[in-house]
Design a protein around this ligand. Structure first.
Ligand SMILES: Nc1ncnc2c1ncn2[C@@H]1O[C@H](COP(=O)(O)OP(=O)(O)OP(=O)(O)O)[C@@H](O)[C@H]1O
Ligand SMILES: [Mg+2]
Length: 499
């Protein structure tokens, strides 16, 4: 009897396996962090073998913890940190060095050159994306150009490309012994190599980036039976979904209708608005991206506002500045002062993403006086998340004319009540947190369950969504405008830093 769906959420900072029951409730959870590798300023890498091993470890732990029989698991859905990519040898299974993480800025020079030779619009018209080190294509180009071994193996057709979903699925379905080389359409849409309009790898782009098409995985719908996970447990488990983590969160929030949106507060913040079967091209610094595709149904598009650093700023205050010991302590420290004391923190550690797209920006703290304390800094760090979300929401309105009457939120930071209240105040709309905030894993589970008829359809899934808390705006308009005006000034000061 099938009772459960397993979801593997391979994120930027950790991997989680969550087992859900038919009601969409969490039955078991296991989580493991992996190493963040910073070889130079602006570079961020992960070890692909560590990622694979920790993914397997959390799956084993989550299942063992509750003595679940493999027979009871209907399927596994995979969701992953997006854009992060690697190359590996298809006969040895060995990766060529580390995966280059989405936050890595080493390819900004390549991006600047491509803007000069082709112009930004050229890339946006095919992919819906601005040209930025954020996406996979320039990272692959960098790998091909900086390791002669890769270039020569690639010429012999020995090299495979993958985002993290592809790497995991290839290994879990057999690796060098017949592993399947696929990606889902949401992950493909983040590579800067996939034409989201014609829905295929774009030959012009592959040529411009010097990437042989034989390297590229086959692109599949997000919810479909792909193959069996073998050699991990004593019995196989069907793998039947893959989605980029932010798209999975949209799915987990059951935002299946055009005009529905969600904002996920994790390492960064990612606001996605479902625009239905119609791709909306942004004129205000957002991305057009693929939201999901269920089996042979039409592709659903989204407008996305991507913010690189939100929760990562709290981690930085914990690990680098050591002003807190745990992420949750930021709330009491911020609450120890009445307001930000005039202090603003622009966390442009990877430049600024949406809606600015400025690789030349770097982090700044503005408005310091001798009055300022660690409490003000903590508050400024939390408020930066809310201000960045407003920047994105304003752009979304300008692009889509969709005015949100409330915002559904999820992710690790939404436990922070002070932040959620400030977010409601700055946006001047209610903020709504659902009962399950692990929406990334939930979305992967839902997509996997749909493919295996564990759940009937998206209507059945939507009925499971339940509100937990709602924060209503309390701030007066004058105060709101003063805060946001000062934030915009701070943004101006963060620009033009890297020449
Ligand atoms: N109470 C809190 N207040 C503010 N920030 C918090 C709090 N608890 C966790 N965080 C931040 O939330 C982030 C973790 O959230 P979450 O687990 O959703 O992240 P994530 O982006 O999914 O991780 P991954 O990158 O591994 O996918 C961390 O960056 C952490 O600093
Ligand atoms: Mg995550």
């Amino acid at each position: 009897m099938k009772k459960y769906i397993a979801a593997l959420d391979q994120g930027t900072t950790s991997s989680r396996c969550i087992i859900f029951n038919h009601d969409g409730e969490i039955v078991s959870l296991s989580q493991a962090e992996h190493q963040q590798i910073f070889p130079k300023p602006g570079w961020v890498e992960h070890n692909p073998i560590e990622i694979l091993n920790s993914s397997i470890k959390v799956m084993k732990e989550a299942i063992a913890k509750k003595n679940i029989d493999i027979h009871e698991i209907a399927a596994l859905g995979i969701t992953n940190q997006r854009e992060t990519c690697l190359l590996w040898n298809k006969t040895t299974g060995q990766p060529y060095g580390n995966a280059i993480v989405w936050q890595d800025m080493r390819t900004d020079v390549i991006c600047n050159q491509l803007i000069k030779t082709h112009g930004e619009e050229f890339f946006r018209k095919k992919t819906g994306l601005p040209i930025s080190p954020y996406f996979s294509a320039t990272k692959v180009k960098w790998l091909l150009e900086n390791d002669p071994q890769i270039a020569s193996d690639a010429a012999k057709g020995m090299v495979l490309f993958g985002t993290i979903d592809t790497w995991l699925i290839w290994n879990l379905t057999g690796g060098i012994k017949g592993g399947i080389h696929i990606t889902d359409i949401t992950n493909a849409s983040r590579t800067l190599l996939y034409n989201i309009f014609s829905q295929m790898w774009d030959e012009d782009l592959l040529r411009i980036f010097g990437i042989p098409i034989q390297m590229m995985p086959e692109v599949r719908p997000s919810s479909q039976f792909y193959g069996d996970m073998i050699d991990v447990f004593d019995k196989p488990i069907a793998i039947s979904a893959a989605l980029g983590d932010q798209q999975a969160a949209l799915f987990g929030q059951t935002a299946f209708n055009s005009g529905q949106a969600k904002n996920t507060y994790g390492t960064g913040c990612f606001l996605l608005l479902n625009t239905g079967e119609k791709p909306v091209i942004s004129k205000h610094g957002l991305l057009t991206t693929i939201g999901y595709q269920i089996a042979a149904e039409p592709v659903i598009y989204c407008l996305e506002g991507s913010i690189a650093i939100t929760g990562a700023l709290i981690q930085w205050l914990r690990d680098n500045m050591k002003i807190i010991q745990t992420a949750s302590e930021i709330e009491s420290l911020a609450a120890s002062v009445e307001d930000n004391g005039g202090v603003y923190f622009v966390p442009a550690f990877s430049g600024l993403f949406a809606p600015y797209w400025r690789n030349d920006a770097r982090g700044i703290v503005a408005g310091l006086t001798r009055y300022a304390t660690s409490g003000h800094l903590a508050r400024a760090a939390l408020e930066a998340t809310a201000f960045q979300t407003k920047d994105v929401l304003d752009a979304m309105y300008a692009d889509s004319q969709v005015k949100l009457h409330s915002l559904a939120v999820d992710g690790g930071m939404v436990q922070n009540e002070l932040l959620m209240q400030f977010q409601a105040d700055i946006l001047n709309i209610p903020i709504i947190r659902p009962k399950i905030t692990e929406t990334t894993a939930l979305g992967a589970a839902y997509a996997a369950g749909l493919a295996m008829d564990f759940w009937k359809n998206t209507f059945e899934l939507s009925e499971k969504w339940k509100k937990d808390v709602q924060w209503n705006p309390k701030m007066d308009e004058t105060t709101r405008q003063k805060y946001y005006g000062e934030w915009k000034k701070a943004i101006d000061h963060s620009l033009h830093w890297v020449s």
